[in-house]
Design a protein around this ligand. Structure first.
Ligand code: NAP
Length: 491
């Protein structure tokens, strides 16, 4: 089947993106096996890609390893220029990239466009940051010495990305690595490899030297992951995905004390205090809960609402949720696309069943839409208590469980009572409370009176079992640099 045939009607440059199964940065599948990529909205087959494993990963690492010293020796400005060119190509082809993303992942086209522009923003940011890698000089403890610190690229980086943000996760990892002088081998998620391929096609056009960016398509992430962790030419693993797989990769990297950056699962609390602007809190909760059909690592997973404003909040929130339209991401006006697969449907259903069995009430939604496909009604549950699964686990779907609370100190304690520590949100107006709560929440990121906070300018990442390291901002590039101390004696 010609690649992308079902997508051609959506693309302005099908000839450019129709070649992503034959990119120069892609090895050939030794086994000649292929795997299929489907549109989760329609079930339509989109593409058949070469399926790669250990052997191809090893070859890609060898290529990246040979290319790395030549890439690192370029001036920062030269690396920056290349990133700028890639950024511009992504901007120029944003509509096509968004269409590919919607087709393979299902999110509404407007959200896909916003993700592509977010991806481009990372490239822009790190094109600039490439020029700002600074060392330091240190006052020496004796007059005959000079102490300095220089920063050097870490080497070859193995990167593995998830399906929920298949464009921005790629850019968020690759751009700081390339800016720092590293070369990369990327394995995108099995369900969403097409937009990554399209971005690599543009990297090829931008003129990156051979071997600097390398792509592995694979239906089985574990074999590729094992090779990237075991291969001593790979000096770092950068992974975004579930905590379970992150833990496994960290274990696999431990033999070589290989560096890891991990962006893992979350279980974000969203707290509306009684001094909050309730309308703003409702809007923020809609954004934080239902963007990407609730399939984001920073999704509000537990909504805590203080007693005095609980009923007003629930009424206004449910009214808005009822108006969120669900459907094919290409249809105008659609706010919520399909879930990624049937497993995701089963998870959300089991969370609802558990809550209802323990006394929870379904305020709206609660059911699948249609027998085929993976569409689910946006759902609000009330009368939620601590012992229910929804109050403890990441649902990763359009389900908002609301927990009534009385005591402000207790709610912070409950919000922190999880192994995760990625994102938290709260709405309040009292300045003292705002500071106290912001400082007390054990999370890498806290949204205060906002339901959306991701930005290339800010450090994204979690504490506890939500990860290690930060992506974005000036801090993001540090994860791809080694610090070397130089001590000059006899001066
Ligand atoms: P996942 O199952 O961990 O998969 C993520 C990536 O890892 C995919 O490319 C997958 O490949 C690969 N993979 C799976 N098993 C592997 C293994 N044994 N060794 C090496 N690679 C392996 O996660 P997901 O279900 O796609 O994504 C959802 C999770 O990611 C959620 O928990 C979410 O919170 C988290 N997430 C976190 C962030 C963040 O920034 N903190 C951002 C987005 C998502 P295959 O596709 O081939 O299985």
């Amino acid at each position: 089947m010609p690649l992308f045939q079902p997508l051609v009607r959506h693309l302005k440059s099908p000839e450019l993106f129709g070649t992503i199964d034959r990119l120069p940065c892609l090895g050939t599948s030794v086994s000649q096996r292929t795997f299929e990529v489907f549109n989760p909205s329609t079930g339509e087959l989109l593409a058949e890609l070469p399926d790669m494993g250990i052997e191809e990963t090893r070859a890609a690492v060898d290529t990246a390893f040979c290319a790395q010293p030549k890439w690192a020796v370029l001036t920062a400005r030269e690396r920056s220029d290349m990133l700028w060119r890639w950024h511009q190509l992504i901007v120029d082809h944003a509509d096509d990239l968004a269409a590919i993303l919607t087709a393979e992942m299902g999110k509404p086209l407007a959200e896909a466009k916003s993700e592509v522009s977010h991806a481009a923003a990372y490239l822009q940011w790190y094109a600039e940051e490439a020029n700002r890698i600074y060392g330091e000089t240190i006052s020496a403890p004796s007059t005959d010495r000079r102490l300095l610190v220089i920063k050097q690229p870490i080497g070859v980086v193995g990167t593995i990305t998830p399906w929920n943000f298949p464009a921005s996760m790629v850019a968020r990892k690759i751009s700081p690595a390339l800016a720092a002088g590293c070369t990369i081998v990327l394995k995108p998620a099995e369900q969403t490899p097409l937009v990554a391929g399209a971005m690599f096609a543009l990297a090829h056009l931008a003129g990156f030297p051979e071997g600097v960016v390398n792509l592995i398509y694979a239906s089985e992430g574990d074999a590729v992951g094992r090779e990237l962790c075991a291969n001593s030419k790979v000096r770092k693993i950068s992974f975004t995905g579930s905590t379970e797989v992150g833990r496994l990769l960290m274990r696999q990297c431990s033999d070589q004390i290989k560096k890891v950056s991990l962006e893992l699962g979350g279980n974000a609390p969203f707290i509306a205090f009684d001094d909050a602007d309730v309308d703003a809190a409702v809007d923020g909760a809609i954004q934080a809960k239902f963007r990407n059909a609730g399939q984001t690592c920073v999704s509000a997973n537990r909504l805590y609402v203080q007693s005095n404003v609980h009923d007003e909040f629930v009424d206004k929130f449910v009214e808005k949720v009822r108006h969120l339209s669900v459907g094919d991401g290409f249809d105008p006006g659609v706010a919520i696309g399909p879930l990624i697969d049937r497993q995701a449907l089963a998870k959300i259903e089991s969370h609802i069943a558990n809550a209802v069995a323990k006394g929870g009430t379904v305020q709206c939604g609660g059911n699948r839409i249609g027998k085929e496909g993976t569409f689910f009604q946006p759902t609000v549950l009330t009368k939620i208590s601590r012992g229910m699964t929804v109050a403890q686990e990441e649902t990763f779907g359009p389900l908002a469980p609301i927990i009534r609370f009385e005591d402000a100190d207790q709610v912070v304690h409950d919000a922190n009572n999880t192994i995760y520590g990625l994102a938290a949100y709260f709405y309040a107006s009292n300045l003292k409370r705002v500071w106290r709560v912001a400082e007390a929440l054990e999370y890498g990121m806290v949204g205060i009176n906002t339901g959306r906070m991701s930005s290339e300018a800010a450090p994204f990442g979690g504490v506890k079992q939500s990860g290690i390291g930060r992506e974005g901002s000036r801090h993001g590039i540090e994860d791809y640099l080694e610090m070397k101390y130089l001590c000059m004696g006899g001066i």
